[in-house]
Ligand binder design. Structure first.
Ligand SMILES: [Zn+2]
Length: 312
């Protein structure tokens, strides 16, 4: 039975643990004339998990009127097409990420393809991602910082960016429940099978720090991440602070490695972060984007200079 984490807000299980080995929770909010679903899961989630979860509450996919995507990653928007087809619900998502939300090729090229020397998707990996993403649908409601979701309940949009360029958090002002989705990542997260850890993912250090600092300033009683348990205010603030500390640690690590070696590629740094800063399996999307983000910050701070080399 889905847990009611605050009056009118239920936490729904997903099929993501079976598919990708990590927890993922969606939330449905009774907002008067609107039934709001926060995040869509991957393409298979609506039929495999959301429909049966809603049925336990006497509801169905057809009752949804608004689907919110916190950001344009497959596990948060892959279910859009099925949800839209089965309910006609409007889709609301960050205005800043509409290019990724409406076009899979743009997302794959700009997110996974930023550093081909460090990370190159195999055809099988590409197909797997496209399978989780499904067809894209048009975003009906573009969300900006400070907006209220179109619902009879104050659900405030806070742009945090960082984890992805337009990532939003949502604050239910009635119950002081803060949905942080993927923005508060601590020092990473262990896969459910106890194997390697998933490293934090962020594409811009200053935006990530700025977003986390904004969350710290909010009055909330509960912090609700997509991939973990609901935290009370103290535990939530501690996890935000742990996330900030991680960023400082990686920046110091980047500085000292660059000082020791004289020059670094994104690939060098990502490999080092992915093995020396935790059991993250070396090169992966998370460590590659993190490495690029810290090198770019160091360049803005005039502590490093990007170079171009002829390769072939
Ligand atoms: Zn994400």
């Amino acid at each position: 039975m889905p847990t009611e984490i605050a009056p009118g807000i239920h936490r729904l299980a997903t099929d993501y643990p079976h598919v990708c080995g990590l927890p993922l929770w969606l939330h449905v909010i009774d907002a008067g004339s609107e039934l709001v679903l926060l995040d869509a899961g991957i393409a298979s989630t609506p039929e495999a998990a959301t429909a049966p979860e809603l049925a336990k509450l006497g509801l169905g996919l057809a009752d949804l009127t608004l689907v919110v995507n916190s950001h344009a990653h497959p596990d948060h928007m892959g279910g859009n097409a099925v949800l839209k087809a089965s309910s006609g619900a409007r889709v609301a998502a960050p205005a800043a990420e509409v290019g990724w939300l409406e076009d899979n090729e743009t997302l794959l090229t700009e997110l996974w393809g930023s550093d081909p020397a460090a990370l190159d998707l195999s055809p099988a990996e590409r197909d797997e991602l496209l399978g989780m993403l499904d067809e894209r649908v048009r975003v009906d409601v573009l969300l900006r910082d400070g907006d209220l979701l179109p619902a009879d309940r104050p659900l405030r949009v806070i742009t945090t960016s960082g984890h992805s360029p337009g990532h939003i958090a949502v604050l239910d002002e009635t119950s002081r429940t803060l949905f942080s989705f993927d923005d508060v990542q601590g020092r990473g997260q262990q896969f459910l099978d106890g194997s390697v850890w998933l490293a934090p993912l962020y594409t811009d250090v200053e935006r990530y720090v700025g977003g986390l600092s904004r969350l710290l300033e909010l009055d909330f009683d509960f912090l609700v991440p997509s991939h973990g348990d609901v935290l009370n205010a103290d535990a939530g603030r501690k996890r935000i602070n742990d996330s900030l500390e991680w960023v400082d640690d990686i920046h110091s690590f980047t500085r000292s490695l660059l000082r020791a070696k004289g020059s670094l590629t994104v690939r060098d740094l990502a490999g080092a972060i992915g093995t020396e800063m935790g059991d993250f399996g070396g090169l992966c999307l998370q460590t590659v984007r993190m490495a690029r983000a810290h090198l770019e910050l160091l360049a803005r701070q005039r502590g490093a200079e990007p170079r171009w080399h002829h390769l072939s």
